[in-house]
Design a protein around this ligand. Structure first.
Ligand code: HEC
Ligand code: HEC
Length: 269
């Protein structure tokens, strides 16, 4: 860098600091960006710059988020797609602090984490966004409702057909929040391979659908109108009656998933 470049870099930086609204905020942003101000920023200041949750929610249009989810899937997978759709929509409406959220940290959830097929990444990403804006005491109500809804919902929805790669795809119901069950059931229903563009398009639509549902739940919640609707199926509730929760006789496992796809009924002789 010659002198002139160094000067203009300095100028730009000073203008940037002024624009960022003061020295402390500017210094913290400098650290975030890897600028030269690292030594000036204490961890406490950095913590101030990125506020703890819940971040202020503004009501969103689920249809805007649905489309964003579909599009973002192709950039970073299902978890990234769903989380980014909601957070980007919030940034467009509310600005700060949503501009500080690093959506890249959501990429790990694709394929239920590293192809393990555990929690569906679209759920994982949408739950991260719910967590970001909801008071801690109520996060599980909303995320639990989202997972429950997902287990019984036919995917993919048709709302993407105007812009998706494939229209009117076969639908399937996962009966589980697991990527493994969700993808496997769809491959069985449609006849397409897991690695096909058809399957990816299905998951892109599902990503948008899950993000849109999360926004519907959040909108209702912040209107004071959220009501938990999901209940485990009768059969599962019966198993849970003996196996899950403080009121059960055994209290020796933990899940709300349908037991029988994995266990059958082990008590039937
Ligand atoms: C009336 C209470 C009760 C209900 C209802 C019940 N269980 Fe059990 N379950 C038990 C008891 C008691 C054991 C321990 C039995 C043993 O060790 O022989 C057990 C054991 C098990 C085991 C351990 C492995 C095995 O094969 O013994 C599994 C798995 C299991 N139950 C799953 C289920 C599922 C799935 C359902 C619902 C379809 C269910 N249970 C419903 C009481 C119940
Ligand atoms: C996604 C599949 C899956 C679902 C859904 C599931 N389980 Fe399991 N469960 C497992 C696996 C895997 C194990 C570990 C089995 C092993 O290591 O042998 C297990 C273990 C258990 C055990 C201990 C088994 C033992 O040998 O003592 C119980 C009890 C049990 N599950 C009950 C339930 C109940 C009740 C439900 C529903 C409320 C449920 N599970 C839902 C997969 C599942």
């Amino acid at each position: 860098m010659d002198k002139k470049e160094a000067m203009s870099a300095k100028m730009t930086r000073r203008e940037f600091l002024a624009g960022a609204g003061g020295f402390a905020a500017g210094a913290a942003v400098g650290a975030v960006l890897g600028g030269g101000a690292l030594s000036l920023v204490s961890p406490a200041q950095a913590a101030e710059a990125v506020p703890n949750g819940p971040w202020p929610y503004v009501k969103l249009d689920p249809e805007v988020v649905r489309k964003k989810g579909y599009e973002s899937y192709w950039q970073g997978g299902c978890m990234y797609g769903a989380g980014k759709a909601i957070i980007e929509a919030l940034r467009e409406k509310a600005g700060s602090p949503y501009n500080l959220f690093p959506a890249d940290m959501l990429r790990y959830g694709a394929g239920g984490v590293a192809g393990w097929g555990t929690l569906c990444g679209a759920l994982n990403g949408a739950c991260a966004a719910i967590n970001l804006v909801t008071p801690n005491a109520d996060v599980a109500k909303l995320t639990g409702e989202l997972l429950g809804w997902y287990t019984n919902q036919p995917f993919p929805g048709k709302a993407h057909d105007a812009y998706a790669k494939f229209k009117d795809q076969k639908q399937s119901v996962a009966r589980s929040p697991l990527c493994h069950a969700s993808v496997s059931n769809w491959c069985a229903a449609s006849g397409f391979k897991e690695g096909s563009t058809e399957r990816k398009d299905r998951c892109a639509k599902l990503t948008g659908d899950v993000a849109a549902k999360a926004v519907e739940l959040l909108n209702a919640y912040f209107d004071g109108k959220f009501v938990e609707q999901f209940k485990p199926s009768e059969g599962t509730a019966a198993c849970m009656g003996c196996h899950v929760g403080p009121k059960s006789a055994l209290e020796n496992t933990l899940t709300k998933m349908d037991c029988t796809p994995c266990h059958g009924d082990p008590h039937k002789k």
